[in-house]
Design a protein around this ligand. Structure first.
Ligand SMILES: [Fe+2]
Length: 394
């Protein structure tokens, strides 16, 4: 497998991107996240530029490239970009027969035109909002409230998400996720700074006995933002040496179902390219009832919860947190090894295009690859990409 994120690129990533490239902090120099101006992601990246972009993410945990719509960037271009960060994973909802595939092993079939999410999105406000090219790839998850929406639809609100890391519950977890933003709501509840007044509460994610400081930090909504992130690398670095030494030796057992044997993985992730350490998804049970809670090796369930709750409370302190406001045209990439995130309450069905959300998400796993096409072998794909998938946009 090609993994040519060279040391030079890590030390000085902007040199490979050109003198015209300008980088600014998303919020402040002290916090994670950088906005990178002047990179045209509608065109294939040279291996050196790709290595530099991967290195920027390694250094800053979140990297946002504004104005890519003006470059003519498509969702297919996003998928090509994603291939540099890892092997894109497909989303099951893109397949017409995913359940049959799981049950009987019959070959997967993508939806025909009528069954596609993009077809329903395009039907919401015809002539006004239409999905960008490339949206129908199996690798693309369309994050939207336009499916089922339209001028005559009844407006429905949904509660916010829980703090989590995307797909941390597989033996090879997701390394990277990215959004390409087409539409975000122009209507805001400016008084409270959120999208929804008195949103419904989503139940079942958090243990009722969570400590008061943790419960409070979990509930702080991102003001006028769509994704709140916390920096688990900076949170780790802020601990005392003794605390870091102790955490360095912690192994956690992750499993999908309670009766699975699961597998052990270090709580502290060490980036193989930079050596930067971070707390990988230090939450006890982020998936409600669907995924089994994490067990700290050597602790029982209650001990594991109390231990991880203290780490989560530390990670959710305001000094490690950054609330991202998405802007149409942005491609925003985040590391799943060094951040956690959540989303605020929003409208899930709308009757006004001003309330529309339309973002394209691609996630990937495995090693970065400066050169394309990726060289993942079939055995690795079949074992780690669920369902098995190889991006054609390498
Ligand atoms: Fe997520």
């Amino acid at each position: 497998m090609t993994n040519s994120t060279g040391a030079d690129a890590i030390l000085e990533p902007t040199a490979a991107l050109g003198d015209h490239v300008r980088i600014e902090a998303l919020s402040s120099d002290e916090k994670m996240g950088r906005r990178v101006h002047g990179v045209d992601l509608s065109k294939p990246l040279s291996p050196e530029a790709a290595a530099a972009v991967v290195a920027l993410l390694d250094q800053h945990r979140i990297v946002s490239f504004p104005g890519q719509d003006a470059n003519g960037c498509t969702v297919a271009d996003l998928e090509r970009l994603a291939n540099h960060f890892g092997a894109p994973i497909p989303h099951p909802y893109n397949y017409a027969n995913y359940q049959e595939f799981i049950r009987t092993g019959e070959p997967l079939r993508v939806h025909d035109v009528e069954g596609r999410v993009s077809t329903r999105v395009n039907a919401a406000f015809p002539g006004e909002i239409e999905c960008w090219d490339g949206a129908d790839s199996p690798a693309v998850y369309i994050v939207t409230n336009l499916d089922g929406s339209g001028p005559d639809a009844e407006v429905v609100a949904k509660g916010g998400q829980h703090w989590h890391t995307d797909i941390e519950f597989q033996p090879i977890p997701l390394s990277t996720s990215m959004f390409f933003v087409q539409r975000v709501p122009t209507h805001r509840n400016r008084g409270e700074g959120t999208w929804v007044t008195n949103p419904p509460r989503e139940e079942g994610f958090y243990h009722p006995d969570s400590a008061a400081d943790l419960a409070e930090r979990r509930e702080v909504l991102p003001l006028n933002g769509e994704t709140a992130y916390t920096d688990t690398a900076r949170a780790y670095a802020a601990l005392t040496l003794d605390e870091r030494d102790m955490l360095d030796n912690i192994m956690v057992r992750r499993r999908r179902r309670r009766d699975d044997e699961g597998w052990l993985i270090p709580l502290v992730y060490t980036n193989p390219r930079t050596g930067l350490k971070s707390l990988h998804s230090p939450v006890w049970a982020s998936r409600g009832k669907r995924i089994a809670p994490v067990e700290v090796d050597g602790m029982n369930e209650d001990e594991s919860r109390l231990f991880l709750d203290r780490i989560e409370a530390h990670c959710l302190k305001p000094e490690f947190r950054y609330d991202h406001v998405h802007t149409p045209g942005d491609i925003t990439i985040w590391s799943n090894f060094a951040t956690m995130h959540t989303a605020p309450p929003s409208l899930s069905t709308v009757n006004d295009p001003g309330d529309a959300r339309l973002l394209y998400r691609i996630s990937c796993k495995g090693e970065p690859s400066a050169e394309l096409p990726r060289q993942d072998d079939d055995a690795w794909i079949n074992k780690n990409i669920e369902p098995p998938f190889r991006s054609e946009l390498s």
